[in-house]
Write a protein that binds this ligand. Structure first.
Ligand code: NDP
Ligand code: ZN
Length: 353
């Protein structure tokens, strides 16, 4: 009773995509089956496809930001009914008993099952395949309820870009009037700006694409800094209470560390290619009393549900560009993400698959 699926798969690490027929594990008693309506493209998908974080297996159907309609439920499912809208992010299962799962931080569970490119220990170690596809089978505990009044074509990016920025902003508890910064104004970065503007913070944006200056200011940032312009970087040292970096390429993290005020915090969520990893040198921060650097990975399921509810309630959505579900459109989209041409997230209309 395996479930047939159709996807758009990377066939190799050159980023060549093809239509790919495969199947998913059968519907367990606590699983839901959803028909995917929209899936979006995260820069992590590109890192994976290009093997920038390590060896991968192909064909690979990427995609860890998706939304769709529930079409079938297992006999013990209580959280969803057929016809409900559900979202799935970066993970589809975990052990449920370790200290991380108990603390609602399933993303750090040693047995967490990532949505694609992972081997699923709960299903004979079979490889998982992601959201650029017709459907998804997921444990009800890892599906997010999407309110019926949500803008469905804009919801998918919340499931990774939204939670990955919402979670550390929540953790740091950014407040009204705080001087904060977002480094890397792309899919994640433009969500970080919106969440911090909504909290009343004074947000500075750092990016390399001049065309994004007007967008940042229109989104409520007080300042846009083109990091390629040395003049604009002057006078920022020791001014920020919080900086979040979403940069996916090599850069100098020490530059942002220097911008922290006393007790300031620098959160790094952008994860560049292994071969191009930025370096944070001990000699640059040992003397910077009480300033903190921390990393963060997505967010737990409970917080993801809270983030979706909050975003829909406050009308905070990504800016999206819709593309058809074809291998060619996905290939072009990947090029454009790398070239800084997308504002700000590509959403694949899976109904066109
Ligand atoms: P995007 O490509 O959408 O955004 C990245 C942004 O960073 C772009 O605006 C880009 O510029 C900008 N940028 C690139 N180089 C620099 C630089 N030197 N200085 C300032 N800005 C720069 O990527 P995403 O937002 O989708 O993902 C960002 C990173 O976060 C990726 O590495 C991804 O893998 C990681 N990630 C981490 C997660 C976690 O759990 N920690 C979860 C999800 C993603 P432009 O495009 O304008 O040229
Ligand atoms: Zn992602």
């Amino acid at each position: 009773n395996r479930i047939p699926a159709k996807g758009i798969a990377a066939m190799n690490n050159q980023g060549d995509f093809e239509i790919y027929d495969f199947d998913r594990h059968e519907l367990g008693d606590t699983d839901i089956l959803m028909e995917i309506t929209y899936a979006s493209i995260c820069h992590s998908d590109i890192h994976h496809v290009k093997e920038e974080w390590g060896a991968e297996e192909y064909p690979m159907v990427p995609g860890h930001e998706m939304v769709g309609r529930v079409t079938k439920i297992g006999k013990n499912v209580t959280a969803f009914k057929v016809g409900d809208y559900a979202g799935v992010g970066c993970m589809i299962n975990s052990c449920g008993t370790c200290k991380y799962c108990k603390a609602h931080m399933e993303q750090y569970c040693p047995k967490v099952v990532m949505t694609y490119h992972a081997h699923d220990p709960f299903h004979n170690n079979e490889i998982t395949q992601g959201g650029y596809s017709s459907n998804m089978v997921v444990s009800q505990d890892f599906a997010i309820k999407i309110p019926k009044n949500a803008e469905m074509d804009k919801v998918a990016p919340l499931l990774c870009a939204g939670i990955t920025t919402y979670s550390p902003i929540n953790y740091v508890d950014v407040k009204k009037g705080d001087k904060v910064a977002v480094a890397g104004y792309g899919g994640l970065g433009h969500m970080a700006v919106q969440y911090m503007v909504a909290r009343g913070a004074n947000v500075t944006v750092f990016d390399i694409t001049e065309e994004k200056r007007a967008d940042a200011l229109a989104m409520g940032a007080v300042k846009f800094v083109n990091v390629n312009n040395a003049e604009e970087l002057k006078g920022l040292d020791n001014t920020m209470s919080f900086v979040i970096s979403t940069i996916p390429a090599n850069y100098d993290p020490n530059m942002y560390l220097k911008m922290l005020d006393l007790d300031g915090q620098f959160c790094i969520v952008g994860l560049p290619a292994m071969a191009n990893m930025p370096v944070l040198s001990i000699d640059k921060f040992i003397w910077k009393g009480n300033r903190k650097v921390f990393g963060s990975q997505i967010g737990g399921i409970k917080e993801t549900q809270e983030m979706v509810n909050y975003s829909v309630k406050h009308n905070i959505y990504p800016e999206v560009e819709k593309i058809p579900a074809t291998p060619k459109a996905v290939e072009e989209a990947y090029e454009n993400v790398l070239d800084g041409k997308v504002k700000f997230r590509y959403v694949i209309d899976m109904s066109t698959l």
